[in-house]
Write a new protein. Structure first.
Length: 672
């Protein structure tokens, strides 16, 4: 009698299938439409190939293009394999290493044969064409189980020294798999893969660029060529992605920062920003806005030192986790030369202590909290700081304003009792919501859960994670409208955290705000309050930020608005430009009215054409230009040109001032 397996489907139904059946067989039994649409299967929670037989009775969910995240992961993995196969077909002797899927595509690291130069962008069209040939051939992708020794012998025989080296490090006895494309080409891979190369859309990928890479990421090893591609489920998605890349290039905050004269970076202060007057005006407006929001929410602002004794960081646990990213500074004794003309090279004293520049503000805030005796009646205590921090980021990781070495956070820490945690987090959720809405952002909220390596007991982590869940629920944000999601293993080493992921104008997401429920640092730094029972108790410490860092948030704003910042944030809110010199006196009266209304105004009385002036100030992203000629001077009017609008408005000077003043008022002050 043939053994039958019970296959349970997501709709609650059960299919009985013969032993040896596959998810593809189930899809075919349900109907030809599903058989064609199915890309892979989730069997007992594990994503598998469609043609891999069931191990026994199973829970089955078929993956189609509607399951976009999983489908994209699959097709990008397959595109990477097709890329490697195409390169080796075109250029025999090429050695392959590894090629994973990425957030928007895939890459593969390869070494060109000795007979030719490393691969360049000029090779990409030919490789793309070969990839399309492989896709059109609809080669079956077949999973095979090999022994470790078989893999070593295979790669050594083929001259694949990188693959052979990796195979020698694989554990004995573990199930090792390869995937064969058609009859001949194969690669070492865990999978899963699509059923065949023909499941890929030949018009839904593009090879983008090449770059240098090192074998296993170590610059002491052989240099390889990394070929990057972008891959999607269909041509429409690819077209949209390429459009977004073009749009992102136009919005690049580094480019706009130069054009708008906001800031610059240079080697003399690698990873730190030189803010120009216009850029720092944006900073000041954001800082003033955030101070008002924090004042209303009951925060008290403090200022703490840049340098603290290294022992403080050891006690907090940060030195053990982040030492390589911290700047350490020794005590020094100046050494004077024999002529007494001044200090020579500084010399470190033998008994010098060591200080560290703070990479975050939290230990310093604990030290402020510990001054004096705190009663439970004083809690919650909310301490905020526009805190300047330093982190020793690798040179290659630095990126404009988005990743720097010196940055300032809108940081705060809330010290509270166990019973106050949920309400404090709920209130922060509402505060963050109001801020992001003021800037026009939508967002998702995610809960990052305990990592494998962490401080604190499991009981404390259970409690801290549940408190964050409860607070989000009370704020009404634990639903699909807010993209609620839990992220296992992604919490900080001392606390779980809620994360706010903003979505910008072209659909990119940026993780900015966070709040973390921490019981570890108060314990390590011996923070206490006196409870109602007269005994000492540990406070819970909530770490929180909304902008994250001013540098990065300004970079996000520049790209989100493509430089066309809201009027209240714009460094120059209006330019008054004259057509003829006869209008200068009247223009000065208009400027005086704007200044009296608190508007940031510049004048342009140059002997240039008005079209030239308008074009120049439009490129600088000035929101409004008031054009004044002889007629406007006689009638007491202005011609107002608004950035991004084709038609100009003709208004009285007072009407224009009132309109601009309203737009120049920060959103939190408009009601008052």
């Amino acid at each position: 009698m043939t053994e039958l397996l019970k296959i349970n489907l997501p709709d609650g139904s059960t299919r009985e299938m013969e032993a040896g059946s596959t998810p593809a067989d189930v899809a075919a039994a349900i109907g030809p439409g599903l058989a064609k649409a199915a890309l892979a299967a989730r069997v007992n929670g594990e994503v598998r190939d469609l043609n891999r037989p069931f191990d026994g009775d199973s829970e089955l969910a078929l993956i189609t293009s509607r399951d976009e995240a999983e489908a994209l992961e699959l097709v990008r993995h397959d595109y990477a394999h097709v890329l490697a196969e195409a390169v080796q077909a075109l250029y025999p002797g090429t050695q392959i290493t590894f090629g994973p899927a990425t957030d928007d595509g895939f890459y593969y690291d390869v070494m060109a044969p000795e007979s030719r130069e490393p691969f360049s962008s000029e090779d990409l069209p030919a490789i793309e064409e070969k990839m399309r040939e492989i896709i059109a051939a609809d080669k079956p992708l077949t999973r095979e189980v090999w022994t470790r020794q078989q893999l070593i012998e295979k790669w050594e025989k083929d001259g694949e020294r990188f693959k052979a080296e990796w195979a020698k490090e694989l554990p004995e006895g573990e199930e090792l798999t390869v995937y064969r494309s058609g009859e001949d080409w194969l690669d070492m891979c865990r999978g899963p893969h699509l059923a065949s190369t023909g499941k890929l859309d030949p018009q839904a990928f593009r090879l983008m660029r090449v770059a240098g890479a090192y074998w296993r990421g170590d610059q002491r090893n052989a240099q390889l060529t990394r070929i990057y591609g972008t891959g999607w489920l269909n041509k429409k998605q690819l077209k949209q992605h390429l459009h977004n890349l073009e749009e992102a290039a136009k919005r690049d905050h580094r480019k706009l920062g130069r054009e708008m004269d906001l800031f610059h970076l240079q080697e003399e202060a690698h990873g730190s920003v030189f803010w120009h007057p216009k850029g720092y005006r944006i900073w000041r407006e954001l800082e003033a806005y955030m101070r008002r929001k924090m004042d209303v929410a009951g925060y008290r602002e403090i200022k703490t030192p840049q340098l603290m004794d290294i022992r403080q960081w050891e006690q907090s646990g940060h030195w053990g986790k982040y030492a390589e990213n911290m700047f350490a500074v020794p005590d020094i004794v100046p050494e004077v030369d024999g002529l007494g003309e001044g200090p020579a090279a500084p010399k470190v004293a033998e008994d010098a202590g060591w200080l560290a520049m703070k990479p975050m503000n939290c230990p310093a805030h604990v030290l402020v909290f510990k001054q004096g005796i705190t009663s439970y009646r004083d809690l919650p205590i909310r301490l905020g700081e526009m805190g300047c921090c330093h982190r020793n980021e690798p040179h290659g990781a630095l990126h404009g304003l988005m990743r720097v070495r010196q940055f300032t956070q809108d940081d705060a820490h809330i010290f509270c009792t166990e019973d106050q945690v949920v309400e404090e987090v709920r209130a922060f959720c509402k505060l963050a919501d109001s801020v992001y809405k003021d800037f026009g952002f939508s967002y998702h909220v995610k809960l990052a859960l305990r990592p494998e390596k962490r401080f604190g007991s499991d009981a404390d982590w259970d409690k801290a994670e549940q408190e964050l869940r409860d607070a989000v629920a009370e704020a009404g944000m634990d639903n699909d409208d807010y993209g609620w999601e839990e992220l296992p293993g992604e919490g900080a080493f001392y606390a779980p955290k809620l994360e706010w992921h903003l979505t910008d104008a072209i659909g990119r997401t940026w993780q900015v705000g966070t709040i973390q429920g921490d019981r570890v640092l108060p314990d390590r730094l011996d923070a206490n309050y006196v409870g109602e029972d007269g005994e000492k108790h540990r406070p819970v410490m909530l770490h929180r930020a909304i902008f994250g860092s001013y540098e990065r948030f300004i970079g996000i704003l520049i790209e989100h608005f493509a430089g066309r910042l809201p009027v209240w944030l714009a460094p120059t809110q209006v330019v008054v430009a004259t057509i003829v010199s006869d209008a200068d006196d009247y223009a000065k009266q208009v400027i005086a009215k704007l200044e009296a209304a608190g508007v940031r105004v510049d004048s342009d009385f140059r002997n240039e054409s008005i079209n030239y002036k308008v074009r120049e100030h439009s490129l600088a992203k000035v929101p409004h230009i008031l054009v004044i000629g002889k007629r406007e001077a006689e009638e007491g009017t202005v011609a107002m040109r608004t950035l991004g609008e084709k038609q100009q408005q003709f208004l009285s000077a007072d009407e224009a001032v009132a309109l601009i003043r309203a737009e120049a008022t920060p959103p939190d002050l408009r009601e008052s």
